[in-house]
Design a protein around this ligand. Sequence first.
Ligand SMILES: [Zn+2]
Length: 302
Amino acid sequence: MPNTRTELIDLQFLGYPLAIAAYLLDDGVEAALVEVGPTSTATTLLREVQARGVPLERVRHLIVTHIHLDHAGALGWLLQRLPNAVAYVHPVGAPHMVDPSRLIASASRLYGEMMERLWGEVVPIPQERLRIVRDGERIEVAGRVLLAVDTPGHARHHHAYLDEATGTLFAGDVAGVRMPGTTYVRPPTPPPELDVEAWQASLAKLRALPIQQLALTHFGLYGDVERHLNELEARLLNWAEFTRHLIEQGVPDGELIQRMRDYGNEEMRQQAADPSSYDLGAGYELIALGYARYWRKKLGLT
Ligand SMILES: [Zn+2]
């Protein structure tokens, strides 16, 4: 096996550690990034890549698990500064990176005036620097092979990538949010594409793979794969039941968010986890609104 390394880069989102990670893969000849974060942290990313002895010309592959701005927002900006790089995107997400107007409009509905501060500019990707990756495809980057696994649920445009030689799964958001030093796994369930059944099917797909280690974007590396995925699935379903009752009762969104926060934070207290770091990766407002949209559609309440 060639001498290749994988390094976690903390993007220091909004100045906070442990919020958004990118993974640098490097074999000394070429380098890849799995996840690139938003444009607001892109200068940090490039600085950290160079600080690890990787010249920018060596970066040839920018791989994102899905096109949400905290994972892929910097792609266009980075391509302008990485002359030899191309971007790898899910087929459903790809058109929205070439023309990000709908992506920006959708994010603006969720984040409003915070958009610029949170994510920075979203630069369109030139078509000729885009590679569309399909389910089951293997891509060769930085001395290794990554298997793309279509994993909808959190979003329709979601891939996880398995490094088959090491068993490391770059999981994006399909394996949830977890902080170093804790066991608690939070399901990030934002609107508008949360699909609980599709997410369960994606988890079943992951369980069939030889995964040794989960590399989460929010945040870090975890070896207790089976326990982690079981906890995530149980909570995804438990929260679905919890929100379903409230939505059937017609509880307004503001109250739903507060009830979700109280419920989740009580769970976290029991597992001695600190909510604040999780809130940066998946806040309760988007979690509650994601379930609300999912249920109103499913129950015909729209
Ligand atoms: Zn995310």
